[in-house]
Design a protein around this ligand. Structure first.
Ligand code: PMP
Length: 358
């Protein structure tokens, strides 16, 4: 720490992104990216914009907002495009929390929530998940606090129904509920239609997962017009040109090619179910996932050991050294071929340990 850093950041513990190693070619199943490339039209659209990088991009993202509004069945005034959904989450914490207004979220969820709370000096109300690692909606009803829930949750993959979410949103109309739908396209049911009914609901989405644009950085906040206006004021107070011109063009083309991406999402769901069954046959307990990852544990090997052994064999998964989930590993669902490599390696690791794989 330099002697110049403001004291208010002295104890900040930053978010740790998943590894992006460069030492060798891994089967990369650790950061929930899509295994499928962007569609050819998306690549062409981004490339065509590259030659205009000397000019600022459209700060209003006019075309993109129009197309995204049609995709989500809302009006352009209900949408704020952002630099990955991390940015809309940051803006939401900035907008709806402060020293006197805590933000509630689960003890096991997306690791950025506590970091934003810490950064912005917002008291965090950390609510434990149930024993089976599911969210109990009753814990959040009538809390009188801003609430952030990932649905499906990460890293568990478990999802709430829109009815359960609605029961939380309706229970306290004076507090904002943020529903982080980063993984919604892999089997969950979106709460976007509820924004027409509830002015205290903000839904966040991303093109990082189901639309193969993790490196392009594109996300959206979706909510009633006044919420979006607040968030837009903050965006213009932080970074007006937050979505660069290549990404705006790529996002528009991705929406035009929505069928390609939804087909890929269906394939990922099938591959997820195939992998879950195979892991269960190997003795793993696998949480029911509505996301593009699986959260699994084995009585034969610890989460940390499985992560390390897989890495040594060139397969990257994610392990969280955290209470209650220390024995689990989170495995991104890649292609069928990648999952077969994963499964072969797990079989070999369990054999080496003298476990009892099939
Ligand atoms: N929410 C959740 C639950 C996530 O897992 C992630 C991905 N790390 C994000 C939001 C942010 O994704 P992005 O900024 O790439 O849209």
């Amino acid at each position: 720490m330099s002697r110049f850093l403001s004291k208010k950041h002295a104890s900040l513990v930053p978010y740790v992104p998943g590894e992006q190693p460069r030492d060798m070619q891994y089967v990369k199943l650790n950061t929930n990216e899509s295994p499928y490339p962007p569609s050819p039209a998306v690549i062409a659209a981004a490339a065509a914009e590259a030659g205009r990088m000397n000019l600022y991009c459209d700060p209003e993202c006019t075309e993109l907002r129009k197309k995204a509004a049609a995709l989500y069945g809302v009006r352009p005034e209900n949408i704020l495009p952002v630099n990955g959904s991390d940015e809309i989450l940051y803006l939401a914490f900035l907008a709806f929390g402060d020293e006197d207004h805590p933000i509630a979220f689960p003890d096991i969820s997306y690791g950025f929530y506590p970091v934003y709370a810490d950064l912005l000096h917002i008291p965090a109300h950390v609510v434990p998940l149930k024993k089976d690692l599911s969210i109990d909606p009753a814990d959040y009803r009538g809390l009188n606090e801003t609430i952030v829930l990932a649905n499906p949750n990460a890293p568990t993959g478990r999802a709430l129904s829109p009815e359960e979410v609605e029961s939380i949103v309706a229970s306290d109309p004076d507090r904002v509920v943020v529903i982080d739908e980063a993984y919604i396209d892999f089997g969950g049911v979106s709460c976007v239609p509820l924004i027409e009914k509830y002015e205290n609901l903000l839904v966040t989405q991303t093109f990082s997962k189901s639309r193969s644009l993790a490196g392009g950085r594109l996300g959206f906040g979706i909510g009633c017009e006044s919420l979006i206006r607040d968030l837009t004021t903050l965006k213009y107070s932080v970074n007006p040109y937050n979505v660069n011109r290549m990404t705006q063009a790529a996002g528009c083309a991705a929406i035009d090619d929505n069928d390609y991406y939804m087909e890929n999402a269906r394939t990922i769901i099938e591959t997820r179910e195939y992998t879950a069954r195979a892991l269960e046959e190997l003795g793993f307990t696998v949480l029911p996932s509505k996301a593009n990852f699986l959260f699994a544990e084995s009585p034969a090997i610890s989460g940390a050991d499985l992560y390390a052994a897989l890495k040594q064999r060139g397969v990257l998964v994610r392990h969280f050294a955290k209470d209650r989930i220390d024995n689990f590993t989170r495995i991104t669902v890649g292609t069928r071929e990648q999952m077969d490599i994963l499964l072969d390696n797990i079989r070999a690791i369990l054999n080496d340990k003298g476990g009892s794989p099939a």
